[in-house]
Write a protein that binds this ligand. Structure first.
Ligand SMILES: [Zn+2]
Length: 460
């Protein structure tokens, strides 16, 4: 598709603004943020029946914190009223999502679609309009890449700039949909960005990576760690300059392992389907929030603001770029700490540390008595995004038994989920693992208050 003049103008504008505000200078960024909040709220009230009712009592001189928060289940229940384009209907979006051949294609030629459960385990359907995509491209090119620092950036470019991303490729997940969309737009991008399925047998992935020789390795941390062991064993022979870990919390020992096995710099990453480039990592490996386009408000268990330096229970996201599906004070469920000080790199964008998204590694018994370890994110992506499944939680209760807690909106959600999970287990040589329905709803850990999508039940 040829870019329209209006689209070109939008691209120029977002790139120029992202570049001009690249240092995150507080006065300018906060005034831009304020103007964008006002515009977004006006737009949402004018075009989204949900927000018109939600903000019925709003006064003219509101602050962001005056707005009542929103939750994923509430917005998903009222999806058709939430969106600002009356031509978008959830039933049709679901049909698009049900077709794997349409991963990374535009719904109604306008919107990139993805599904996510995030750290709360609740399913959401996310649409990205052209403005959102333009902002993401600008932030990637003008914030994420330069923040690598000149030395690393030069090395990545000199060695070909090939990115290998280890993800679940068989669903409309944010990273996959975005990558496939970019690949379909530019042949040069298709060559320099390849996705590797975390569900593929590791020997296959090792052989393909040896052939591809990536300069950057991204995707799920636990999959990267598994590959680091392959590298140390001599079967994998790659030399990426950069490893970016995201999606799962990673212990310091694993970071060290990745750095040593690959001789690479390891950088953290934090984003979500609702705002993929929420943050960028600088050379000091701190995660700067792009808060000219996204506002993060850490809150406690009662939704009250948490001061910088203190860990939050959850965090509210406001996406200032996307118009088709306004995300305003939206409860993401991630536990974060906003740092109290400015980063030594000189950028004034606030930095965050993320505690959320910790899941347990499953170790299941195969028929021959051996133990098969499954990556939590690989397991969840098998069942993530299934229609009718609002929330789920997979609990290992014995070496060969999994129980699944499901909050569903349709009767066939559980049989569908069970079939998908059993099929996956069978492919991992775990066809004898018993999978049953736990009638209890998905729940938070009573001690830590954290929600895990995948957990190993402690013996009583
Ligand atoms: Zn920094």
């Amino acid at each position: 598709m040829v870019a329209q003049p209006a689209a070109w103008g939008l691209t120029m504008k977002t790139h120029w603004q992202a570049w001009r505000d690249r240092r995150g200078e507080r006065g300018r960024v906060l005034s831009r943020q304020r103007a964008r909040i006002t515009e977004l709220v006006c737009f949402a009230r004018a075009n989204s029946p949900f927000y018109r009712a939600h903000y019925a009592d709003l006064t003219r001189d509101f602050r962001l914190t005056d707005l009542p928060p929103t939750s994923k289940p509430e917005l998903m229940d009222r999806f058709d009223e939430w969106v600002t384009d009356p031509a978008v209907r959830l039933a049709e979006v679901e049909a698009h999502l049900a077709d794997p051949a349409r991963i990374g294609t535009l719904f109604r030629d306008r919107y990139l679609v993805s599904t996510t459960s995030g750290s709360s385990g609740q399913r959401a359907v996310v649409l990205q309009d052209e403005r959102m995509r333009s902002v993401s491209t600008a932030l990637g090119a003008l914030r994420t890449m330069p923040a690598l620092g000149p030395g690393l950036l030069r090395r990545v470019a000199a060695e070909g700039g090939r990115m290998a991303s280890l993800v679940a490729t068989d669903g409309h997940f944010g990273g996959v949909a975005t990558a496939e969309f970019q690949r379909s737009r530019r042949a040069s991008r298709a060559e320099r960005l390849r996705l590797f399925s975390v569900h593929a047998p590791i020997a296959e992935t090792v052989a393909e990576l040896n052939e591809y020789q990536p300069t950057m390795l991204g995707g799920y941390a636990t999959a990267q760690v598994a590959l680091a062991h392959e590298q140390l064993a001599g079967r994998l022979r790659i030399a990426p300059a950069l490893v970016t870990t995201g999606g799962e919390a990673i212990p310091a020992a694993d970071r060290e392992l990745l750095a040593q096995a690959f001789g690479a710099e390891v950088r953290n990453q934090y984003g979500c389907s609702e705002f993929m480039l929420l943050t960028f990592a600088c050379a000091l490996d701190r995660l700067h929030v792009n808060d000219d386009w996204a506002v993060l408000e850490p809150v406690d268990e009662r939704g009250r603001p948490v001061t910088p330096g203190m860990p939050s229970t959850s965090v509210l996201l406001t996406n200032l770029a996307n118009r088709v599906q306004p995300i305003i004070r939206y409860d993401l469920g991630d536990a974060v700490t906003v740092d109290a000080d400015f980063c030594g790199c000189g950028r004034q964008f606030p930095t965050v540390r993320v505690q959320g998204r910790t899941n347990d590694l499953l170790a299941l018994r195969a028929p021959d008595g051996s133990t098969v370890r499954l990556l939590p994110l690989a397991v969840t992506t098998v069942v993530d995004g299934l229609p009718g499944v609002r929330r789920f939680q997979i609990v290992q209760t014995a070496p060969d038994r999994l129980q699944v807690r499901v909050a569903a909106t349709t009767e066939d959600a559980w049989p569908l989920l069970r079939d998908k999970l059993c099929g996956y287990l069978a492919r991992q040589g775990l066809g004898t693992v018993d999978v049953s329905l736990d009638p209890r709803p998905p729940e938070r850990d009573l001690v830590t208050g954290k929600f895990k999508l995948v957990l190993v039940a402690k013996a009583d």
